[in-house]
Write a protein that binds this ligand. Structure first.
Ligand code: EPZ
Length: 411
């Protein structure tokens, strides 16, 4: 658990780590080549470590060199994800595309849902079928036969990030050209494209709603540094705002946080940004409205953190969660800290004011980060339990916050 003493302003500067949601598909894509690949500054996150153990199970050699990770999938020959492992880790679904691309076959277990919703994979499977993959779903396993893999037009009913990435990775080594229509436009898609092209792939349009992949025969090696984590950056900005602090983020990506910086200004923060820097000062704040959308709209992964911010701002704020069907679990824990939150379906109305320290439990990754933000703003001491969920997406959140002047201890 984290022991948090609230009431201190966050002040100082921090460098933002590489993005979890870029690293996970990039690590999966390393299976597409039999040349060595170096991922620079790979964040030391539970989810990243789990993805590396998936790769090792498939025969890929993984070697940590300081903050870098060297991958060599030349001797990988298994297309089968061990059931236990792929049931435990949702991110194993990212292996479908690369295994089909490399081995023309894949066998993974149906990923479990998670705390924020069903997390179906129908769009992943529809996209792969459009590329000529035959898929059998039985006994909780997904068996893919990609013998007739070829480029095609793929229409996504929803701009799913994971489905876009899986289809991209399956198409890289397929014969012919693939066009993904209604593709997700998240910056992590652009980053995956840049990584694949560094390996010798031919992908363009990543970051737009139409991604084109020209199949190539084989890929080479590369050194690659994933883009900064916009969700970690947004989390630190929300924490600074909630404590009326002043932070300077370096190696950040203001271009990927447009909707978020706009929302912080709407809430009364002073926000300046350079090419790779973001500066925020918060003094007098006012209530705001958030409606989460696929990129470039306000990101669902910052919804919980901004609900915590709203709890620390006098007045009524409104939050609508349009992307996941069950992503308000943190509200019950925030209420334990004195928050006044009305929930109705995808709508939350927060009457912000004073927060008081309490013992609370993280229920999911971003909800856990929200509880830490509320504890920083609260009067008195809080204990946040289940911090292993927070470790999935933040590299020692307690050290980052302590470096900015907060009193957070891991017990
Ligand atoms: C990615 O998940 C991120 N994870 C999530 O971040 C993020 O919340 C999400 O994109 C949206 O931005 C990674 O990148 C590892 P989706 P993903 O497919 O790919 C529905 C975090 O905290 N859907 O875009 O699973 C789905 O139910 C995590 O870092 C289908 O209906 O998200 C959801 O309602 C949480 N069928 C919506 O689309 C499908 O086949 C968005 O899902 C796939 C998705």
């Amino acid at each position: 658990m984290f022991l948090v003493k609230g009431g201190r302003r966050l002040c100082g500067e921090m460098e933002v780590a590489c993005a979890k949601n870029a690293v996970l598909p990039i690590l999966a894509a390393a299976m597409l080549t039999d040349e060595p690949v170096t991922i620079e500054d790979c964040p030391n996150l539970v989810d990243a470590r789990n993805m590396l153990s998936i790769l090792e199970t498939l025969g890929c050699r993984v070697e940590a060199r300081g903050k870098n990770v060297v991958l060599d999938a030349s001797r990988a020959e298994s297309h089968e994800m061990p059931e236990q492992l792929s049931k435990r880790l949702r991110s194993s679904i990212f292996m479908l595309g690369p295994l089909i691309g490399r081995f023309r076959r894949a066998r993974v277990s149906y990923p479990g849902g998670c705390e924020i919703g069903q997390r179906p994979i129908d769009l992943h499977l529809k996209g792969l079928r459009a590329l000529g993959v035959t898929i059998r779903e039985a006994h909780g396993m997904i068996e893919c036969d990609g013998a007739r893999l070829r480029g095609a037009d793929v229409y996504l009913d929803f701009p799913s990030v994971g489905a876009t990435e899986n289809v991209m990775m399956a198409a890289v080594l397929a014969r012919g050209k693939t066009t993904i229509h209604n593709a997700a436009r998240e910056p992590e898609i652009r980053d995956l494209q840049n990584f694949i092209n560094a390996l010798g792939g031919r992908v363009h349009g990543g970051g737009s709603d139409r991604v084109v992949i020209e199949g190539v025969k084989a890929l080479g090696g590369a050194r690659y540094r994933p883009l900064p984590d916009r969700i970690v950056a947004g989390t630190l900005l929300a924490a600074a705002a909630a404590t009326r602090g002043e932070v300077h983020l370096r190696r950040a990506c203001p271009g990927d946080l447009g909707a978020v910086l706009d929302k912080l200004r709407q809430a009364g923060c002073e926000v300046e940004s350079g090419e790779t820097e973001i500066f925020l000062r918060a003094r007098t704040l006012r209530p705001f409205e958030v409606s989460t959308q696929p990129f470039p709209g306000f990101p669902t992964d910052l919804q919980a953190q901004f609900m915590a911010l709203a709890c620390a701002v006098e007045g009524a704020s409104v939050i609508v969660e349009n992307v996941f069907e069950n992503r308000f679990a943190h509200a019950a824990q925030l209420r334990r800290m004195g928050a006044d939150i009305f929930l109705s379906g995808r709508l939350a109305v927060v009457r912000g004011g004073k927060l008081y320290g309490a013992d609370v439990q993280a229920g999911d990754l971003r909800g856990g980060a929200a509880l830490v933000i509320a504890a920083l703003a609260a009067e008195g001491e809080s204990r946040v339990e289940n911090v292993e969920l927070i470790d999935r997406g933040y590299e020692s959140l307690e050290n980052m916050l302590a470096a900015l002047g907060a009193s957070v201890q891991r017990i």
